[in-house]
Design a protein around this ligand. Sequence first.
Ligand code: C5P
Length: 309
Amino acid sequence: MLSVVPRPVTVRAPAKVNLHLAVGDLRPDGYHELTTVFQALSLTDQVEIFPAKELTIRVRGEGARDVPTDRGNLVWKAATRLAHLAGREPAVEIAIDKSIPVAGGMAGGSADAAATLLGLNALWHLELSRTELAALALELGSDVPFALHGATAIGTGRGEKLLPVLSRNTFHWVIAFAKGGLSTPDVFRELDRLRGAGQPPRIGDAEKLMQSLAAGDARQLAGLLGNDLQAAALSLKPELRRTLRAGITAGALAGIVSGSGPTCAFLCETSDAAIEVSAELAGAGVCRSLRVATGPAPGARVVDADASG
Ligand code: C5P
């Protein structure tokens, strides 16, 4: 009897930057109430999933040495949860090719987990809907639902209640990777500490920022970017102030710490300007490496799969 060996599935998932990240109070469950506007970027990780005897994870690319290949990896949790739901063994090899910085505030681990959910859904022909996958995604982490969603969206609750945001035009970003990472819980804790000491001020609502996105106006958007976690990230990594200053000197419209940091994102007027800012920043020696990216970009998507089923 002929048996058909399923082909591997390849999925790409995007990094995110928070254009607006308003952190509310600490909830009894240990999370903070958020209002955040996410934008997915053209900076993506690629995840390939092969049928195998047992679950294994391989990682290569950006920061691969710092990524666990066991149950400490969110991808492991994603595969075992989905297998359990489907009543099967997680018998797959998952190869992650990283471009998104590790512990960088760009939701790289969340992107890999979202890619795994989508890839296994395709490989195993589970036909779970986007809504079902989003519910599973939230069990894995606050940013995993947005990695599935992509584009530009406003998130409330833990950041997982998503509504699409109209965004015209393509925005041009320079992404500055820092030396070393920051732990997200540490940055939230530092914000609570700073607030306990009476500082820093909270950013306002996202209305004007959403209008600038609808208008596709990068200059207007630049003046409205805001991140409540930035003060905490700068408090833990003061050298980021130099990086942010250097980006403005180099000609960026604005610079912000991405999410909980330490990656910094610089909004530029054009793609040429982004290339110039990136070159200047490389010369200034204020970060580990640089990428140019555009947003919005699509959410996690299968780019190659078994076409027989
Ligand atoms: O959901 P996730 O596992 O990505 O969150 C990591 C940590 O970030 C949480 O344990 C919590 O300390 C912090 N966090 C928070 N409020 C949120 C999201 C994350 O305090 N809305």
